[in-house]
Design a protein around this ligand. Structure first.
Ligand code: MLT
Ligand code: MN
Ligand code: ZN
Length: 299
């Protein structure tokens, strides 16, 4: 299994266009501290790629990786489709960015598809540009990620019923946000990708215990961070993101796993966006990492 980390920032990116916080200002001063919106590319057995979440940065994210660039034919692309973990704007606005293609395959849960069709009207809006195919992300049992290629298998594990703000009154469903479990029968490797995590259900615990690599929600360092930094009146948990640190935080759970564990989807208020922050040492002591744009994971 081959995974390319295409971006590691939460909504807004780092720097965020209208933000002068220390994290964003630091990234303007030092381009190495920039982070694009969280996304992952996954290679199929025939050498094509699925991107997990389509961010506002997707054009640059594709162009920034030789593996994802077009060719050899003028309009050939190795991109086979998009898998969505949720319907949040930072994970879906990039779908429209890909409209130059002949066909676009999107794999998601039913509530996510419904939000994109009924609220964002992506089906109607994109129909004159490209043909879209929607596939349901399996939640019970694994299915091939690519129908045409045996090999890599995928399952969605519900981790949050949080609806995007633009669909706040849409029907409740426990699969608004899922973690993705990717299993490669060839190598026997399993990866878990969960850039948004409001809860840690038993199903996720079982999947994490079996995984070789776990990449999870690192939006906020601690539960009070959004309130302390003044970006929200809610806590991290209240915003649908388990914090890293503290009781009930993800660090103590990840530290118990045998998997390689990395954080992604960092908000610009997270102290981890500063490479010199002492919080990096805290994670290192627990054997945990922060994913970077460009991190390559081979399992
Ligand atoms: C989230 O991760 O909670 C969302 O992306 C927040 C947002 O963009 O409104
Ligand atoms: Mn987000
Ligand atoms: Zn900022």
């Amino acid at each position: 299994m081959l995974l390319l980390v295409l971006g590691t920032a939460a909504g807004g990116g780092i720097p965020q266009w209208n933000c002068a916080c220390p994290g964003c200002s630091g990234a303007r001063a030092d381009p190495r501290r920039r982070r694009r919106h969280a996304s992952l590319a996954v290679r199929t057995d025939d050498g094509r790629w699925y991107v997990v979440n389509a961010t506002p940065d997707i054009g640059d994210q594709i162009d920034g990786r030789p593996e994802l660039r077009p060719g050899p034919g003028t309009r050939d692309t190795p991109l086979a489709g998009i898998v969505l973990t949720d319907a949040e704007l930072d994970h879906t606005l990039g779908i429209a960015r890909l409209r130059e293609t002949d066909g676009l395959q999107v794999v998601s849960t039913a509530p996510v598809r419904q939000a994109l069709l009924d609220r964002l009207h992506l089906g109607d809006v994109l129909a004159p540009y490209t043909s879209m195919t929607w596939r349901e992300l399996p939640q019970r049992g694994a299915e091939p990620l690519d129908r045409d290629t045996p090999g890599l298998r995928i399952t969605g594990i519900p981790v949050s019923g949080k609806r995007p703000r633009y669909a706040a009154d849409a029907p409740e469903d426990d699969a608004w946000v899922v973690a993705l479990r990717l299993y490669d029968p060839g190598s026997g490797a399993t990866a878990l990708y969960a850039p948004a995590l409001a809860a840690w259900p038993d199903s996720l615990d079982r999947a994490a215990a079996e995984a070789d690599c776990v990449i999870v929600d690192g939006t906020f360092w601690d539960d009070e961070e959004p309130r302390r930094t003044g970006i929200s009146e809610r806590t991290a948990t209240g915003m649908g993101h388990l914090p890293i640190e503290g009781p009930g935080g993800t660090a103590e759970r990840l530290a118990r796993l045998s998997a390689r564990c990395l954080y992604t989807h960092l908000n610009n208020t997270n102290p981890l966006v500063d490479p010199a922050a002492p919080q990096h040492k805290t994670l290192a002591r627990l054997g945990l990492e922060v994913a970077n744009d460009g991190t390559v994971i081979e399992l």
